[in-house]
Design a binder for this molecule. Structure first.
Ligand code: ADP
Ligand code: MG
Length: 326
C-alpha cells in the first residue's frame, strides 16, 4: 500500500481544497473541460454509446475509516464503480466524486487529501480522468459517492439479459472470503472484459459484487427466467474462503457461492465460443468454466456423481443482511 501524497501547502477551506484537487488533476482523454466550471464537458468517441454508473460508500457500512484509512476507501470507491463499467464490457473515461467529510475530529482536510490520493490512483491505472465533484462536510461519518462515465466499443455493451440455454458460464477468478481484506482493493476487470468481448460475442455479463449465486441469479432473471447448473468441483475457491471457513464452519464452497465483493466477472457465451476461449483465454483474462445455462429455472449445483441440488441465492443484500465490510 503506497503512502498518500502530502506535498504542497495544506488546504484549509472548501475552495482551497477544490483548488488543491484541481491542481493535481490533469485534463486528458475525452475531457473538453474538467474541474472548475459548473459542469464538465466530455466528448465521447464517434459512434460510441455512453455508459454511466454510480455507487455510494458509507463509513460503518462498506468500510471502517479508522481501520482502512481514507486512501484505501478512495481506491475502493473508484474500484467498485470501474468494476461496473467492466461489467458492461465498456471503457471507462471520466469520473465525478461527491464527498461528505466528517468534521468531528478536525481531520476533514487530511481525510479529503488521502481519499483523493486513493481515488486518483485507482482512476489513473485505467486512464480515467476526474472531471468534477462536490465537497461537503458534516457532523456525521464519511460518505463518498463516485460516478463513472464510459463508452462502448464497436461490439456494443454486454447486458445481463442476453444469456441463452446451452451457454457456458465462466468466472474470471477464485471466489469467496473477500471480507478478509480483498473487499477493500477491488481489481476492476476492464482489460479482461474488453479482451473477452473482442475475442467472442459475450451473451451476458455481470460483475460479482453480491456473490456468485445472487449475481448469476440476476442474469438468469433478466434473461427471461432461465436456470443454471454449476459444477461443484469447477468453482474456483479462493484461499480466503478456506481461511474463513476454518473460522465460521461454513464450507469454502458456500463462501465461494455466496460471499460478496469478489469483483470478478461472470459471463455466458455460446458453447463453441466457450471451447475456443477456454483453450486460449485472451490476455489478461483468467478463465474458469463453472457451468451452463439451462431452461429449467433456478440455480443448481451438480456434484461429481451427477446429482443436482438447488442453491438459494444468498448473496449480500443491504436491506436483508448485516453489512459485510463493517
Ligand atoms: P458549484 O457550486 O457550481 O457546484 P462547486 O464549488 O461545488 O461548484 O465546485 C467547483 C468545481 O470543483 C466544480 O467543477 C466541481 O465539479 C469541482 N469539485 C468540487 N468538489 C470536488 C471534488 N471533491 N473532487 C473533484 N472535483 C470537485
Ligand atoms: Mg457543487
Amino acid at each position: 500500500m503506497s503512502q498518500p501524497q502530502h506535498d504542497g501547502p495544506n488546504p484549509v477551506g472548501e475552495f482551497d481544497l477544490i483548488r488543491w484537487i484541481r491542481d493535481r488533476t490533469p485534463s486528458a482523454g475525452p475531457t473538453v473541460l474538467g474541474i472548475g466550471d459548473d459542469c464538465a464537458l466530455l466528448r465521447p468517441s464517434p459512434g460510441a454509446e455512453l455508459v454511466v454508473t454510480t455507487d455510494m460508500l458509507m463509513d460503518g457500512r462498506h468500510f471502517r475509516l479508522d481501520e482502512a484509512g481514507a486512501e484505501a476507501v478512495g481506491r475502493k470507491a473508484m474500484g467498485v464503480n470501474l468494476s461496473d463499467i467492466a461489467a458492461m464490457a465498456a471503457r471507462p473515461v471520466a469520473a465525478v466524486v461527491a464527498v461528505a467529510l466528517p468534521t468531528r475530529d478536525g481531520r476533514a482536510v487530511a481525510i479529503a487529501r488521502d481519499l483523493h490520493a486513493g481515488l486518483t490512483a485507482a482512476a489513473a491505472r485505467f486512464g480515467v480522468t476526474l472531471v468534477g465533484g462536490d465537497t461537503n462536510a458534516w457532523d456525521g461519518p464519511l460518505v463518498v459517492a463516485v460516478t463513472v462515465f464510459g463508452e462502448t466499443t464497436p461490439r456494443g455493451a454486454v447486458r445481463r439479459s442476453g444469456a441463452k440455454p446451452g451457454d457456458a458460464v465462466f468466472v474470471t477468478g477464485p471466489l469467496g472470503g473477500s471480507l478478509l481484506g480483498r473487499h477493500l482493493s477491488p481489481e476492476p476487470r476492464i482489460a479482461e472484459a474488453l479482451a473477452l468481448h473482442a475475442a467472442a460475442p459475450l451473451h451476458a455479463l455481470i460483475d460479482l459484487s453480491d456473490g456468485l449465486s445472487s449475481d448469476l441469479g440476476h442474469v438468469l432473471d433478466e434473461s427471461g427466467g432461465l436456470g443454471a447448473v454449476l459444477d461443484a468441483g469447477a468453482i474456483p475457491v479462493h484461499p480466503d474462503a478456506v481461511a474463513l471457513s476454518a473460522r465460521d464452519g461454513r464450507s469454502p464452497l458456500d463462501h465461494a457461492l455466496s460471499d460478496g465483493e469478489d469483483f470478478e466477472l461472470c459471463f455466458t457465451v455460446a458453447p463453441g465460443d466457450a471451447d475456443r476461449l477456454a483453450a486460449a483465454p485472451p490476455e489478461p483474462a483468467r478463465l474458469y468454466r463453472v457451468g451452463e445455462i439451462v431452461t429449467r429455472p433456478g440455480l443448481w449445483l451438480r456434484q461429481a456423481d451427477g446429482s443436482l441440488t438447488r442453491v438459494d441465492p444468498s448473496g449480500f443484500d443491504h436491506l436483508r443482511r448485516p453489512p459485510q465490510g463493517a
